[in-house]
Design a protein around this ligand. Structure first.
Ligand code: CP
Length: 313
């Protein structure tokens, strides 16, 4: 494993499979009456969040606590950041308090990479701008393997076809997933309106297209992306109705998927925009499982980066 986890592209196939296998071992802790292991006792994990989060922040906190680490939650809102303190000075202040790892979310792409230059502890990217969200890709890969790869331990996602649909331009989840899916042997296809397709998409290790309906029957996984209105400085599509008509996953489109296919969404969702409520709540949806798996996958990441190489659960 590398010292930091900044990009899903930094992970070798062996690293990624080790994280998924370790998460599978650690999943049993969630079923215990006392959901704790002493593994990271005496270690301190700082959650440094400059941007809103529900799933990532709370699951990193739960993951660290289940491994008995001390957790410091830092939110830029209400801190000295409001008085102009820089990311570097904030990080050095937290490190002086004894942090071993900093889990950072930041609206600026590249902020975790800069942070890694300034700190001696481990840095884990919890989402930077429109760049990357590697632990989301890991929990998505874990969920796909759990559902679609029988006896998945030690294995990747070879040959599985994953269609990623929606606002790819603003999506750090899409980029991290494409990189990790390629590493694990899956075939990713990205589908978006032309206005929401990154200009450099032909440099990504995936196929791409603009016709969602053409991909449905050949997909093992459909991963819907949130339309990120808050990052849009212009009108990228005429109306929500038009977007939904071409790129929304409703029950009609879901019926065209192969019987075994699953529907994913990283959350938060815009119900009725990129995904219909009936689809989000259907048995094919893995959205709740993704959240639960987020805790075990982040336990595995913290364990492997701060702990050791064997799991005794
Ligand atoms: N999927 C995800 O990153 O969700 P949060 O923004 O709630 O952390």
């Amino acid at each position: 494993m590398n010292r930091h986890l900044i990009s899903a592209g930094d992970l070798s196939r062996d690293d990624a499979v080790l994280i998924l296998d370790t998460a599978a071992e650690l999943a049993s802790v969630a079923d215990r009456p006392i959901k704790k292991l002493p593994t990271l006792r005496g270690r301190t994990v700082v959650n440094l969040f400059y941007e809103d989060s529900t799933r990532t922040r709370t699951s990193f906190e739960a993951a660290a606590k289940r491994l008995s680490a001390d957790v410091i939650n830092f939110s830029a809102k209400g801190s000295s950041v409001a008085k102009g303190e820089s990311l570097k000075d904030t990080a050095l202040t937290l490190e002086a308090m004894g942090s071993d790892a900093i889990v950072v979310r930041h609206p600026a792409s590249g902020a975790p990479r800069r942070l890694a230059d300034w700190t001696s502890g481990r840095v884990i990217n919890a989402g930077d701008g429109t760049h990357e969200h590697p632990t989301q890709a890991l929990l998505d890969a874990f969920t796909i393997r759990q559902r679609l790869v029988p006896d998945g331990r030690g294995r990747g996602l070879d040959g599985l076809r994953v269609t990623i649909v929606g606002d790819v331009l603003h999506s750090r989840v899409a980029r991290s997933n494409v990189l990790l899916l390629d590493t694990l042997g899956a075939e990713a296809t990205v589908v978006a309106p032309p206005t929401l397709m990154p200009h450099a998409i032909d440099t990504w290790p995936c196929k791409y297209g603009y016709d969602f309906d053409a991909e449905l029957r050949k997909s093992d996984v459909v991963m819907m992306l949130r339309v990120q209105q808050e990052r849009m400085s212009a009108a990228f599509f005429p109306t929500v109705r038009e977007y939904r008509r071409r790129y929304g996953l409703d029950t009609g489109r879901m019926a065209l998927l192969p019987e075994h296919a699953i529907v994913m969404h990283p959350g938060p969702m815009n119900r009725g925009v990129e995904i219909a409520a009936e689809v989000a709540d259907s048995p094919r949806s893995t959205i709740v499982a993704q959240v639960a798996n987020g805790v075990t996958v982040r336990m595995a990441v913290l364990y492997l980066m701060l702990g050791g190489s064997e799991v005794a659960v």
